[in-house]
Design a protein around this ligand. Structure first.
Ligand SMILES: Cc1ncc(COP(=O)(O)O)c(C=O)c1O
Length: 433
């Protein structure tokens, strides 16, 4: 990593920024960007990353930033982990693309590896995609195909992606639907998270809307991501499994954000010992290369035949190589690290809540998937900005929540510096509240 002289502060051996943000090169680049890119991109704040290493991002002005966002919960093994880079380089030198319409060896190897780590007793089969939204689309297509049923249930607060099927299942913010209607027909949104809410299925959906025999699947994020890092009550996931079993409905776990080791288990649903019928993954499973997958029980996946579903790029060999290296690293210590660092961050953030109870209203999460809820959106936005000004990258979600989702390689020293910077940001905002 390059460093502009005098810009590096060694705080507990963790580099972070001291100059203005955004700097002059960042401002010039943002002006260029705004002429050419789609204005639909959310662009949370003006960071211009050019290099990454572990939990550190270097921006275009040479500032070093501590990354508690991981490119939206993606770079699980840290930025440019040497073993992931080596796997990518090796595969790129051999074969970059041929397509899953043919018998790529690494494609089948990747499927077998995901089947090995799938939270399913029956032998699973796997379909590889390029992204999270494609994994959800594929899971839903399989569910309708295999059951012959048409209706789908997802949850208020859910985010499943931006293609038409996934965005129809999404109900975290109205702006994701605004101007795009009508959505996919046959989708119902249930309340999320409380065991008592489960009565909605019998009392509302099955009684007044549609019979359970016509519902193909319940699609759920075991921990809601974009909706605010919401952890359901113990018993909620088990309750969903019971409803599915009772009525022959498939349970689809969308583990795109909460899976791939982030909670300290490979899959978040394993925190409740619940087995899904189909599991969708992406983001952290390949450390930033574009890979997604949906994994289903053999007896389900074998219901469809050649041509029913396919892809040109999904399961790209380079992305598969990155993912095989990633899974090795997750199992080789990073999931355990997520538990240890998560406990430190959770304890520190709860101390911060006790210090500033008027602005921080909740701290929740499992492992390195932590949500800090503020009393207002103005306050969470101001804390996100104040943290950025100190060289700490975080990202809002829900209406007034800051997500803490660093790479799983986070060290104890980095966790401590991150807490310090976040604490300063909260103190600054609380002083003005
Ligand atoms: C739970 C969940 N599902 C699906 C998606 C969509 O993934 P992608 O952006 O890769 O299409 C996301 C993205 O944030 C997500 O958090």
């Amino acid at each position: 990593m390059t460093q502009a002289p005098g810009k590096l502060v060694q705080a507990s051996a963790v580099p972070h920024v001291v100059t203005e943000l955004p700097g002059p090169r960042a401002r010039a680049h943002i002006e260029f960007d705004r002429q050419w890119t789609s204005p639909s991109l959310p662009r949370a704040y003006p960071v211009v990353p050019v290099r990454g290493h572990g939990c550190t991002i270097e921006d275009i002005d040479g500032n070093l930033l501590l990354d508690f966002n991981a490119g939206i919960a993606v770079t699980s093994t840290g930025h440019s982990h040497p073993e992931v880079v080596r796997a990518i380089q090796e595969q790129a030198g051999k074969l970059i693309h041929y397509s899953a319409d043919f018998y790529l060896p690494i494609y089948a190897e990747m499927c077998a590896e995901l089947a090995r780590i799938a939270p399913m007793k029956e032998k699973p089969r796997v379909f590889l995609t390029n992204s999270g939204t494609e994994a959800v689309e594929g899971a839903v297509k399989l569910a309708r195909y295999a059951t012959g049923r048409q209706y789908l249930v997802s949850f208020l607060g859910a985010f499943h992606g931006r293609t038409y099927g996934s965005v129809s299942l999404t109900a975290s913010k109205a702006k994701y639907h605004a101007g795009f209607g009508p959505m996919l027909p046959g989708v119902f949104h249930a309340p999320f998270g409380h065991v008592a809410d489960l009565k909605w299925f019998d009392e509302v959906l099955f009684d007044r809307e549609v019979p359970p025999t016509e519902v193909a699947a319940i699609v759920v994020e075991p921990i809601q991501g974009e909706g605010g890092y919401v952890v359901p009550e113990d018993g909620f996931m088990q309750g969903l499994r019971r409803i599915c079993d009772e009525h022959g409905i498939l349970l689809i776990a969308d583990e795109v954000q909460c899976g791939a080791g982030r909670t300290g288990k490979m899959w978040a649903i394993q925190n409740w010992d619940v087995e899904p019928d189909i599991l969708a993954t992406a983001k952290g499973i390949a450390s930033g290369m574009t890979l997604g997958a949906f994994i289903a029980r053999d007896s389900l996946m074998t219901k469809w035949g050649p041509g029913a579903h396919g892809t040109t790029y999904g399961g790209n060999p380079v992305a598969c190589a990155a993912s095989l290296a990633t899974i090795k690293l997750l199992e080789g210590g990073l999931m355990a690290n997520a538990v240890a660092r998560g406990a430190e961050l959770m304890a520190g953030l709860r101390r911060l809540q006790a210090q500033f109870p008027s602005v921080i209203t909740d701290v929740r999460g499992i492992g390195l998937m932590i949500g800090v809820e503020f009393d207002t959106h103005e306050h969470s936005a101001a804390v996100e900005w104040a943290a950025f000004q100190r060289g700490l990258l975080t990202l809002e979600c829900g209406h007034s929540v800051i997500r803490i989702a660093p790479p799983l390689v986070l060290t104890e020293a980095e966790a401590a510096v991150g807490l310090e910077l976040f604490g300063e940001a909260v103190a600054e905002v609380a002083a003005k509240a």
